[in-house]
Each structure stands twice: as structure tokens, then as C-alpha cells.
Design a protein around this ligand. Structure first.
Ligand code: AMP
Length: 290
């Protein structure tokens, strides 16, 4: 399949071979390659990762692939929002050099992958992993595969998915993958809601209720800044704010930034992490204590 242009500047390709060709050309010219993996339906959070990648690489590539391997049965794979035309326009406007939009069979020609990256349950089984068994196996497997296709110098992920970023760092370190992993801060709407492709599912009413997540994190941050370091107290405050009408909390934790294990005493750098269901939509958010 040949590359199609999406306006000046951005190449759009659907095969691994075309990616390898493009990357070979860049490397031959001495250019460093940055990669931003996404599932599309782009927002300013994704685009901030592009800016971040640009700071460490001459060329920025983005993948847009709704990875079936990371969705469990009964999750929202089929209704995950998609709008490739809009994504390509946003990517182009932000100076992305290449967008990789593979079909499922291009990524998983064997159907199910024969080999997968399986994370330690001690890290992957808690927080989001507790309600989404196999999710991080799917994430790490597709990211490892994208690293193999792009061989990027730097790959950028969002702190929004804190556990994901932690596991990707662990994979790169433990499996000696030659790529630098950067993690960029959470980008929020003006009222505090963390940007997410899934926010499109929220009704006006739910959109308002969804502020409980960022409000909870803010409250815990204020308590900590005022001297409260008892994690049980911070956790209770998170849950109290989270448990607003129409919001069904899934977890509220204060965790060690490296192991993601719950802490007894909070400290600067510890992470408050929350997940909740607002209507049918599952939302997550987190904040590092100052
Ligand atoms: P997704 O398309 O949701 O899989 O996200 C692709 C990348 O964008 C991941 O590294 C996410 O952590 C990151 N990301 C998603 N939302 C945000 C946000 N609000 N701020 C910063 N990064 C984000």
C-alpha cells in the first residue's frame, strides 16, 4: 500500500514496511526519531506529547491504533471513539511527520500474538489492573511491537495513565530496550477534568459529575500541603470527594511512584490515583503529591 498525503507535511501509512522505510530514511540523514503511541480520537493531551517528542527528536511519528489486545470482554472496544480525518488534521497541524494507522491484521497477522509481554502482577494487578485483567499485557505487547517497528530514539507517554507509564518504563528497563521513555504531565480542561478520548461519552450532566475525580485529587493535595501525611486520611478524603451523586468510585489510593504499592505515610512524589465510573464511562486520574 502506498502512502497517502493528509495535507502538506504528514505522511499516513498503514504498513510496518512503510514505517521502516521512512525511519531508515530519517536515520540515514542523521535524524533522531520520536514516537507517540495513541489510540486516536486526539485531544490536546495527545498533542502535548507530540510537542514533548519534538523537543527530543528531529522527526515525530504517531501511531493511531485501537489495540484490541488491551480491551477485556464487555469493555468498550467496539464503541471506542474514532475519527481518523479529524486526527490527521490535528496531527498535521501539530507538525507530526508520519502517522501509522495499521489495521488489526497488520499488527496481529497471526490473529492472537504467539508471544506477549506479561508484566509482574505485583505492579500490574493493582489499581486499573485489578478491574482490567490482561489489560497491561495488551498494552505492553503492542508498545513492544511498536518499538520494534519504529525503533524510536524516544517515546513519549502521558502521566494520565500513570500505571501504564510505570509498566512501560519497567519493560524498557528489564528487557533492555534501546529507547528513552519520557512521561509528560496530565493535560486538563480549564475546570480540571483530565482530557480523555472517553470524555466524549459524557452527557452534560455526567461531564459536571466527572469533576469529582480532579476535585478529589486537589483536596488530597491541599490536605497534604497542610501537613496531613497519614495515607488513610488522604485516602478517605479522596473517596469522600469521589463518592458524589452519579459517580461510582472504583479505587482511590495513595501509592509509591515506583512500585505502585499503597503507602502508609504520604511523601512528596507519592501518587494519588483514582478511578470511577460516571454513567457508563470509566474515568481515571492521578496527581503526584507536591
Ligand atoms: P490513549 O490514546 O488514550 O491510549 O493515550 C495515548 C497517550 O496519550 C498515552 O500515553 C496517554 O497517557 C496520553 N494521554 C492521554 N490523555 C492525556 C492527558 N490528558 N494528558 C497527557 N497525556 C495524555
Amino acid at each position: 500500500m502506498s502512502a497517502v498525503a493528509a495535507g502538506p507535511g504528514v505522511r499516513v501509512v498503514a504498513t510496518r514496511a512503510e514505517v521502516r522505510d521512512a525511519v531508515r530514511g530519517w536515520r540515514a540523514a542523521g535524524e533522531r526519531v520520536g514516537l507517540v503511541p495513541t489510540m486516536g480520537y486526539l485531544h490536546q493531551g495527545h498533542l502535548s506529547l507530540v510537542d514533548h517528542a519534538r523537543a527530543g527528536a528531529h522527526r515525530v511519528a504517531m501511531s493511531i491504533f485501537v489495540n484490541p489486545l488491551q480491551f477485556g470482554a464487555g469493555e468498550d472496544l467496539d464503541r471506542y471513539p474514532r475519527d481518523l480525518e479529524r486526527d490527521l488534521e490535528l496531527a498535521r497541524s501539530r507538525g507530526v511527520d508520519l502517522v501509522f494507522t495499521p489495521a488489526r491484521a497488520e499488527m496481529y497477522p497471526e490473529g492472537e500474538p504467539r508471544v506477549a509481554v506479561v508484566p509482574d502482577e505485583a505492579i500490574a494487578g493493582r489499581l486499573c489492573g485489578a478491574s482490567r485483567p490482561g489489560h497491561f499485557r495488551g498494552v505492553l505487547t503492542v508498545v513492544a511491537k511498536l518499538f520494534g517497528v519504529f525503533t524510536p530514539d524516544v517515546a513519549v507517554f502521558g502521566q494520565k495513565d500513570y500505571q501504564q507509564a510505570t509498566l512501560i518504563r519497567a519493560m524498557v528497563s528489564d528487557l533492555e530496550m534501546p529507547v528513552r521513555v519520557d512521561v509528560a504531565p496530565v493535560v486538563r480542561e480549564p475546570d480540571g477534568l483530565a482530557m480523555s478520548s472517553r470524555n466524549v461519552f459524557l452527557s452534560a450532566d455526567e461531564r459536571e459529575r466527572a469533576l469529582a475525580l480532579s476535585r478529589a485529587l486537589r483536596r488530597a493535595g491541599e490536605l497534604f500541603a497542610a501537613g496531613e501525611a497519614d495515607a488513610a486520611v488522604l485516602r478517605a478524603a479522596l473517596l469522600r470527594e469521589l463518592a458524589a451523586p452519579g459517580v461510582e468510585p472504583e479505587y482511590a489510593e495513595v501509592v509509591d511512584p515506583r512500585t505502585l504499592a499503597g503507602v502508609v505515610r504520604a511523601f512528596p512524589g507519592a501518587v494519588c490515583a483514582v478511578a470511577a465510573r460516571v454513567g457508563k464511562t470509566r474515568l481515571i486520574d492521578n496527581a503526584v503529591l507536591p
